[in-house]
Design a protein around this ligand. Structure first.
Ligand code: B16
Ligand code: MG
Length: 212
């Protein structure tokens, strides 16, 4: 087996919460009269909540205090969490679950490496609470992707060396984080275009061949 553990990003890899992030940020942007669209939303992939807001504020004319910024990010998260309640195990694609089960059967440890502070809640909604061997997320890091911290911690949590871990990511910042942490990585979706990944996946199930 090429690896001992596989570390999965959550949003954009295991599930798709982008639409909920978009709707929640849109509400805040509208309130502030800031232009916001799906293209700008794409720049928020893998980026922390506060850094996401800073990107949205690039189009803001006024000046905003740190306290106000905090208030708006809290508001965004409240809207986002309400929307997440729409999620259910049906939002976990069968292909993803079958592939995860197949990798586990082959003896690989499975972990989550997500920037999100809502990762635990999302996993519960998907019916994956307690499924992974370790969850490293926005609650146990001080630096977000492209800093490698979230993946380095995930490797520590499962007790494996970085060179024995494969990271699966949908964001360029996430691939950069994996590489900075000394890990090989597989790209899904738009991250393929960055040309940074060790493996470029057309489908999630291709992971079965990658780990051989
Ligand atoms: P939260 P990932 C990331 O999750 C999302 O891609 C990104 O859009 C979001 O801003 C970030 O989590 C923080 O999320 O506001 O829930 O803490 O892709 O690293 O799993
Ligand atoms: Mg992601």
């Amino acid at each position: 087996m090429r690896y001992k553990a596989v570390i999965f990003d959550l949003d954009g890899v295991i599930c798709h919460t982008d639409k909920y992030h978009y709707l929640a940020w849109k509400q805040v942007a509208d309130e502030l009269g800031i232009y916001f669209d799906e293209e700008i939303n794409n720049r928020l992939r893998g980026v922390s909540r506060m850094e996401s807001f800073e990107i949205i504020l690039e189009r803001y004319e006024g000046v905003m205090s740190g306290e106000e910024k905090l208030r708006y990010t809290v508001e965004k998260n409240e809207v986002y969490k309400k929307l997440l309640k729409n999620m259910s195990p049906e939002d976990l694609p069968a292909e993803v679950k079958e592939t995860l089960d197949a990798l586990r059967e082959r003896g690989l440890k499975l972990a989550i490496g997500s920037s999100s502070k809502n990762a635990g809640f999302i996993l519960e909604r998907l019916g994956l609470g307690g499924y992974f061997d370790a969850v490293s997320d926005g609650n146990n890091i001080t630096n977000s992707k492209p800093d490698p911290e979230v993946f380095v911690k995930a490797a520590q949590f499962v007790g494996e060396k970085p060179e024995d871990c494969l990271v699966v990511e949908d964001a360029k910042a996430g691939l950069e984080a994996a590489i900075a942490g000394g890990m090989e990585c597989a790209a899904v979706g738009d991250a393929v275009l960055s040309g940074l990944a060790t493996w470029n996946l057309n489908t999630f199930s291709e992971l079965r061949e990658v780990v051989e």
